[in-house]
Design a protein around this ligand. Structure first.
Ligand code: GMT
Length: 378
């Protein structure tokens, strides 16, 4: 199939999922066209069946807001025609589903029929999309999609609760390329980060309020009072500076390393002993799955779709949101006994296998095939 993929090309989970999906589909023989405003961060290799088409939004001083949806829908029309794209898969409802619908309508005027699949990722529903200023357009574009998927059952339930949805929603969980998370280096360069007796704790996110960064720091603060430990903070965002100040206040700056954004998270996870994800809401928690695939147990909140990924008492533990004491207790339970730590590491890896890329990507292929068939009948 010739498939057009629209996503946010940044370090956010939805862009990562869309990019990994496109790359895997290309390996399975499909021709993939990424249509975005920048080359997606994890898209390193372009090849004969992986293409990237940039959406340009010319600056015009009359406009207070530059009309990205307009530029995107025009680009979609042009690329569908030029490359005979058969189906569009848009990741994140806002504004991608809306732009895809416009492109579909414009193409219909020329006798070209292009169906589009919308994947809901979470913040487009739970944080942004349900805002009264967006809700009408988001509801419309979900209902006008030819197929809709969500990355967890919890997100599907939230979508049905928050919007008036007439379409079926297929749950297709996020996935992981397990081979990518096999340690390829023997020592994992652990010694560069910590001494042998120190436990390494990691957090990876976009450092937004929803990630509850102060809770990450406070849980770590409690842990390091009991056992030698280091904290690796990976990512960039508005909460990074306050987090650095909090570390200073607590007197733990020598134990906390801020890496910024990284394309080498598998290397960082390789030497990690524990992953912290105390989010306020999380439709899936791709970073937790990436940690588990590297054999790192997860201490998380029990919100949204996280319980569908992190299995309580097996791959890690779940606590109520903001329950720092419970998270600390659970973290110490895992970290203070080497045998137990090894057991949780093995379990985390085991649970991650449920989300093997080779099991999940065919579900998307099936949805594309069914959608194309359905559209041919109509
Ligand atoms: O919150 C983020 O990390 C970014 C956000 C996004 O839209 O890119 O992530 C959402 O989509 C990811 C991929 O499906 C999910 O793993 C994240 O849980 C989800 N974030 C939230 O729901 C807050």
């Amino acid at each position: 199939m010739r498939i057009g993929i629209v996503c946010y090309p940044t370090f956010g989970g939805s862009g990562v999922v869309a990019t990994e999906l496109g790359l895997e589909l290309s390996k399975r023989g499909h021709e993939i066209h990424f249509i975005t405003y920048n080359q997606p961060v994890r898209l390193e290799l372009l090849s004969h069946n992986v293409h990237y088409h940039e959406v340009n939004v010319p600056e015009y001083p009359l406009f207070h807001y530059q009309p990205y949806e307009l530029a995107l829908s025009s680009k979609l029309v042009d690329m569908v025609k030029l490359h005979q794209i058969e189906i569009l898969h848009v990741h994140y409802a806002i504004p991608h589903a809306y732009a895809a619908y416009m492109a579909k309508k414009m193409l219909q005027e020329e006798g070209i029929y292009i169906p589009f699949v919308t994947t809901l990722h979470g913040t487009d529903i739970t944080l942004v999309g349900s805002h009264p200023f967006y809700k009408t357009a988001v509801t419309f574009s979900i209902n006008k999609s030819d197929a809709v998927t969500s990355v967890s059952q919890s997100l599907k339930d939230d979508t049905l609760r928050l919007f008036d949805i007439k379409n079926d929603i297929h749950v297709v969980p996020n996935f992981i390329d397990l081979e990518r998370h096999e340690p390829h280096f023997t020592d994992c360069q652990r010694a560069m980060m910590a001494t042998d007796d120190e436990r390494i704790i990691t957090h990876i996110s976009n450092f937004r309020e929803v990630k509850q960064i102060p809770d990450v720091i406070r849980v770590f603060y409690n842990i390091q009072k009991q056992i030698p430990a280091k904290l690796m903070m990976v990512g960039e965002g508005p909460e990074r500076e306050p987090a650095e100040l909090l570390c200073e206040e607590l007197g733990i700056t020598d134990k906390v390393i801020f890496f910024g954004n990284s394309n080498e998270i598998d290397k960082i996870l390789c030497f990690s002993d524990l992953f912290l994800l105390p989010s306020l809401t999380e439709s899936f928690g791709l970073s937790a799955l990436e940690a588990m695939a590297s054999g790192v147990p997860v201490i998380s909140s029990n919100t949204g779709g996280i319980p569908e990924v992190n299995v309580h008492g097996v791959s890690g533990f779940l606590s109520e949101i903001n329950d720092i004491d419970d998270m600390t207790k659970n973290a110490l339970y895992i970290l203070t006994d080497s045998n137990r730590l090894s057991e949780f590491k093995a379990n985390a890896k085991g649970v991650s296998k449920r989300f093997d890329i080779h099991q999940i990507v065919p579900k998307y292929e099936k949805i594309y095939e069914d959608t194309l068939k359905k559209c041919m009948i109509l």
